[in-house]
Design a protein around this ligand. Structure first.
Ligand code: HEC
Ligand code: HEC
Ligand code: HEC
Length: 206
C-alpha cells in the first residue's frame, strides 16, 4: 500500500482501512527555508492521518531533544494486521471491537476502554494511558496550541488557521499540531513519533 507521500506500508488485513484513513495529500514545509505560506484555513493534514502516524511519516521532522523513531518501527512492526488487531479485537457485545471498530464503549454512564488487544503485549494494561503516555501527549498538544495562538497562526475561536506567511518553524509546528490532534489516539498509534513531533516543534518556536 502506498501512503500519499512516499511511504509503502503493509498492515496485512489492515490495508483495507488505510484506503480511507489517510490524509489527503499535503506538503510538509521544507526544513531550513525561511518562510512558508499557510494558504487555507484548513491547510495541512486533514481527517484521518492515522495510517501515517502508525507508520511514522508525514510530520515536520525538525531536529530537537527527541529523536524520531525509524519508519515502520514500534506498533507498525509488531502488530502484523495493523489497525484491525486493536480496533477489531474480540468484541464487547456490539459496543466495541468487532465490526464497530470502536476502542471504547459506554458502561453505566462512563466510557470504558476495550483493552483486550493491548493486554496481549502490555500485561495488566487497564486503560490506553500506559505510563501516563496519553496524559503526556495531551499536555504537549495544549502547550503547542497556546504557542500557536501566541504566534497568531491558530485562531482560538474557530480552531482553524489564520492564513498568511509564517516562519517555516511556525508553519511546521502548526502542521504537527494538526496531525496529532486529528489522529485522535493521543499517541497510542505511535507514541515516540507523536512525542518527538510535538516536543521538537515546541522547542523550535519557543
Ligand atoms: C470506505 C472508507 C473507510 C474504510 C475502508 C474504513 N473507514 Fe473508518 N471511517 C471512515 C470515515 C469517513 C469515518 C468518519 C470520519 C472519522 O471519524 O475520521 C471513519 C471513522 C472511523 C473510526 C471512528 C469512529 C468514531 O466513532 O468516530 C474508527 C475507529 C475507524 N473508522 C476505524 C476503521 C478501521 C479499523 C478500518 C479497517 C477495518 C476502517 N475504519 C475502514 C472511512 C473508512
Ligand atoms: C495499538 C493498537 C492500535 C492500532 C494498531 C491502531 N489503533 Fe487506532 N486507536 C487505538 C486506540 C487505543 C484509540 C483510542 C484512544 C482513546 O480513545 O483514548 C484509537 C483511535 C483511533 C481513531 C479515533 C477514534 C475516535 O473515536 O475518535 C481512529 C479513526 C483510528 N484509531 C483508526 C486507526 C487506523 C485506521 C489504524 C491503522 C492505520 C489504527 N487506528 C491502528 C488503538 C490502535
Ligand atoms: C503485538 C504487541 C502489541 C500490542 C497488541 C499492543 N502493543 Fe503497545 N507496544 C508494543 C511494543 C513492542 C511497544 C514498544 C515500541 C517501541 O518502543 O518501539 C509498545 C509501545 C506502546 C506505547 C508507548 C509507550 C511506551 O511506554 O513505550 C503505548 C502508549 C502503547 N504501546 C499502547 C498500547 C495500547 C493502548 C494497546 C492496545 C490498544 C497496545 N499498545 C497494543 C506492543 C504492542
Amino acid at each position: 500500500m502506498e501512503l500519499f507521500n512516499g511511504g509503502t506500508v503493509d498492515f496485512g488485513n489492515g490495508n483495507l482501512c488505510i484506503n480511507c484513513h489517510q490524509s489527503r495529500p499535503y506538503e510538509v514545509p521544507v526544513i531550513g527555508s525561511d518562510s512558508t505560506a499557510i494558504t487555507s484555513s484548513r491547510w495541512g493534514t486533514h481527517h484521518g492521518p492515522q495510517s501515517a502516524l502508525v507508520f511514522g511519516l508525514g510530520g515536520f521532522e525538525i531536529a530537537g531533544s527527541e529523536s524520531y523513531p525509524e519508519q515502520g518501527s514500534g506498533h507498525a512492526s509488531v502488530i502484523a494486521d495493523g489497525c484491525i488487531t486493536c480496533h477489531m479485537a474480540e468484541a464487547f457485545g456490539n459496543s466495541a471491537g468487532g465490526h464497530t471498530f470502536n476502542m471504547t464503549y459506554q458502561y453505566h454512564g462512563g466510557t470504558e476502554p476495550n483493552v483486550v488487544s493491548c493486554t496481549v503485549c502490555h500485561a495488566g494494561a487497564e486503560d490506553f494511558n500506559l505510563n501516563g503516555s496519553q496524559d503526556e501527549i495531551l499536555a504537549l498538544l495544549h502547550e503547542l496550541e497556546d504557542l500557536l495562538i501566541q504566534e497568531g497562526v491558530l485562531n482560538p475561536n474557530s480552531g482553524l488557521w489564520n492564513t498568511g506567511t509564517y516562519p517555516t518553524n511556525v508553519a511546521g509546528a502548526a502542521l504537527n499540531y494538526r496531525f496529532i490532534e486529528e489522529d485522535r489516539s493521543l499517541g497510542v498509534h505511535n507514541y515516540k513519533y507523536a512525542k518527538a513531533l510535538l516536543t521538537n516543534a515546541i522547542e523550535a518556536i519557543q
